[in-house]
Design a protein around this ligand. Structure first.
Ligand code: AVJ
Length: 329
């Protein structure tokens, strides 16, 4: 080993890389192979996701932005308690917070006593959000946290006052069905009777429209998916040949499963330095890298009921492409 220098990872980085290494070992050893979309969001991945949100084909972000603008007064009122208890507003996967700012402004204008606690796995996205809030909404109390969802939920029960949890952008679509139900159940278990959830769900629609949103003409989504391999090359000393892999995305209109893959264009061997081992990959073998499930309102009712929650209101855009659903214990 050489002397320590600036390009060497610090301890925090090393811990993260151990988790990433363990995940990659498990994901590439199992059949069919799979890696979690959680690892898309390094600095480059977060920047590519910003570009995705602005793509003409990627309708979810601007649709949800429109519906939040349309229903902001009703949503802010529903999140605020009548007795004026302070509100702890936790947001899972806050990202750039662009949509959330609509609600934050509304709550501030109504004189609501609240703290905004954005959680995100991407430090760069969260730092950007915190900085923009300091200048745009200086009166806002902000408690940012870089963490995975489960770690953020652990601290929820001890919070005094009323709690509301935002989970926007159809981030819930990343969970496969069983994990989705389990996540909602675990979250519901942390809530008191006055607490609320606001969950974004991308709704079922023309399958071609959905598929196009995950396979855009400019190839930004392809670059976003492939960046996962670039990250593994850098952080785990892997040697993925980016030219030998391609992005493939497909939608199943029966299950609502929108799934993304990295497909190997040829038989190849990939070496991962951090694991000290190689993996043989067959021609046209695929690694599943993301779920972006789409939902129907009856399905959402069922999901909520099975977690012991009630749907109070489903706020939708005019075209009924997306819903922000208000849930209560
Ligand atoms: C941030 C998880 C909501 O699944 O639609 C966008 C991520 N992936 N294009 C989604 C994503 C490919 C996005 N979420």
């Amino acid at each position: 080993p050489s002397e320590s220098n600036d390009s060497e990872p610090n301890n925090a980085q090393r811990t993260t890389n151990n988790e990433l290494a363990a995940h990659v070992l498990a994901g590439l050893t199992r059949q069919p192979r799979a890696l979690s979309s959680m690892y898309f969001y390094d600095a480059v991945g977060s920047e590519l996701f910003q570009q995705i949100m602005a793509l003409p084909e990627y309708y979810p972000t601007r649709t949800e932005f429109g519906l939040l603008t349309r229903h902001r007064a009703a949503i802010a009122a529903a999140l605020t308690s009548a007795d004026g208890q302070p509100l702890h507003l936790l947001e899972l996967g806050a990202g750039d917070g662009l949509k959330t700012k609509i609600l934050l402004r509304e709550l501030l204008a109504a004189g609501t006593d609240f703290t905004y606690a954005p959680v995100d796995i991407s430090p760069t996205a969260l730092e950007g959000l915190a900085a923009s809030l300091r200048t745009e909404l200086p009166a806002l109390r902000v408690q940012p946290l870089v963490a995975e969802y489960t770690a953020a939920l652990a601290g929820l029960r001890g919070q005094p006052g009323r709690k509301a949890v935002l989970f926007l952008g159809s981030n819930i679509g990343n969970f496969p069905p069983e994990a989705r139900q389990q996540f909602l159940g675990a979250l519901a278990a942390q809530l008191g009777p006055d607490d609320r959830l606001l969950f974004g769900f991308d709704l079922r629609k023309d399958p071609r429209q959905i598929r196009a949103a995950y396979d855009d003409g400019q190839g930004v989504t392809a670059a976003f998916n492939l960046n996962l391999l670039t990250r593994l090359n850098r952080e785990l000393q892997a040697d993925f040949d980016l030219a030998a892999w391609e992005h493939f995305a497909d939608y199943d209109p029966q299950t609502g499963a929108m799934r993304s893959f990295l497909v190997s264009r040829r038989a190849q061997q990939v070496h991962i330095g951090a694991l000290g081992r190689s993996f043989d990959v067959e021609a046209w073998e695929a690694i599943h890298t993301e779920n972006s499930y789409k939902f129907s309102l009856p399905q959402i009712e069922q999901l909520a009921a099975a977690a012991g929650l009630r749907v109070l209101t489903a706020f939708e855009d005019e075209q009924q492409w997306f819903a922000d659903v208000l849930l209560a214990p």
